[in-house]
Write a protein that binds this ligand. Structure first.
Ligand code: GAL
Length: 379
């Protein structure tokens, strides 16, 4: 059934392309259709990449073709590659459920999935932004699934709002009992931002758990993993520590860049610092990219401005993309790849993958436009 829809969508939305084998080198052409080894545009958006036993695995949103209800998806697509250019479609790692009682039922949204490997349990753990069928983006949940095999199938465990009943470790006591309401700040944007910083939504969602929308995962050098997500009406990022098995939250979490409205977080470690690319919050429309850094993963994070080095138009749209992942190609040699999405909201399956080499201005990572670039020359 899914397969049939997939093939139909591929025929209607993508034209098979010539295999990249016929081209020389390992060319990346940001913004063009990127055919897999069967000739179909890679349907793995808002995704991330995991290297396991010498193979790269790309996980991302597998979107339904143009015109499908709710711009929803089939689940999480998985592709594998030895060279990061030629990708084999491994099918769906996680698929939406036929069971109408499941939260994962067809019609829900699965966005920005990321997979990490847990060395202690030997299991692959996937987390994703999960919105419920027919509820737009109101649920603001994060979902978790697990598998013994990298390509899946992943077993869906549950979806939740994290950190119910616990305060962030960096939230001052003096704000824990403030008595203010959202209505007090109608038409007063500056006051509202101040109130948000002082925990307006944090307190509102304290009992039921904190909102979790755009997300990523990051495994630190000590093996601890963090779930990093837009929270508090997308106005603050939460860095939440995961349990040893990566399947749950420990309840230790930090608020990062309060009131700055960051989405699309993508984190990496280089030059003894943590760096984070994010975007602003303009939905599918691109906006100026942002960069922040910290000495510790838990902060304090400092904004470093826009990491784009292009024309005004390019800088104000992040080369018409939104960050999703920073791929550690050769982290010890400071070789990273920026992965972003150039969203096409009318046909999300067709959204383009914007991969650019991360370049260094002294110790600041930046990105510049490349019409086409060769991975061989970057390694
Ligand atoms: C973006 C977000 C995407 C998607 C979109 C929906 O801001 O980064 O992942 O949720 O909004 O409008």
């Amino acid at each position: 059934m899914d397969k049939a829809i997939f093939i139909l969508s591929a025929i209607t939305t993508c034209i098979p392309f010539i295999s990249l084998e016929s081209q020389s080198g390992l060319k990346i052409t940001p913004g063009e259709l990127w055919p897999d080894t069967e000739g179909y545009h890679i349907n793995a958006h808002g995704g991330g990449i995991l290297k396991h036993k010498g193979t790269w695995y790309w996980f991302g949103e597998s979107r339904l073709p143009k015109g499908e209800r709710d711009r929803t998806n089939y689940g999480v697509g998985c592709y594998s590659s030895k060279d990061l250019v030629e990708w084999d479609n491994e099918g769906l790692a996680l698929r939406v459920a036929d069971d109408t009682t499941s939260l994962l039922r067809y019609g829900c949204l699965i966005e920005r999935p990321k997979v990490i490997f847990n060395k202690k349990t030997g299991k692959f753990v996937m987390w994703f932004h999960h919105e419920l069928r027919g509820q737009g983006y109101r649920a603001a949940l994060t979902g978790v699934a697990v598998s013994d095999n990298v390509t899946g199938p992943y077993k869906y465990l549950r979806s939740l709002r994290p950190n119910a009943g616990v305060w962030p470790l960096n939230f001052p006591d003096e704000f824990k009992n403030l008595m203010v309401n959202e209505a007090d700040f109608k038409g007063k944007p500056a006051e509202r931002i101040k109130a948000v910083k002082e925990g307006l939504y944090l307190r509102r969602d304290f009992k039921g758990g904190q909102m979790a929308r755009d997300m990523t995962l990051f495994v630190d050098r000590d093996g601890k993993a963090y779930h990093i997500h837009s929270s508090e009406e997308n106005m603050i990022l939460h860095f939440s520590e995961l349990t040893e098995d990566y399947l749950d939250f420990t309840g230790k979490y930090y608020r990062v860049l309060p009131g700055e409205s960051n989405e699309a977080p993508a984190i990496f470690y280089a030059n003894k610092k943590y760096f984070m690319f994010t975007s602003g919050t303009t939905g599918w429309k691109p906006n100026p990219g942002r960069l922040a850094s910290a000495d510790k993963i838990t902060g304090e994070w400092k904004s470093l401005g826009n990491p784009c080095r292009g024309t005004d138009e390019e800088n104000s749209t992040t080369f018409r993309s939104q960050s999703t992942f920073i791929l550690p190609l050769k982290p010890k040699k400071n070789k990273f790849i920026y992965m972003g999405d150039r969203w096409i909201p009318e046909n999300l399956a067709d959204s383009r993958h914007i991969w650019l080499p991360v370049e260094w201005e002294e110790d600041i990572p930046v990105i510049k436009w490349r019409q086409s670039w060769d991975l061989n020359n970057f390694k």
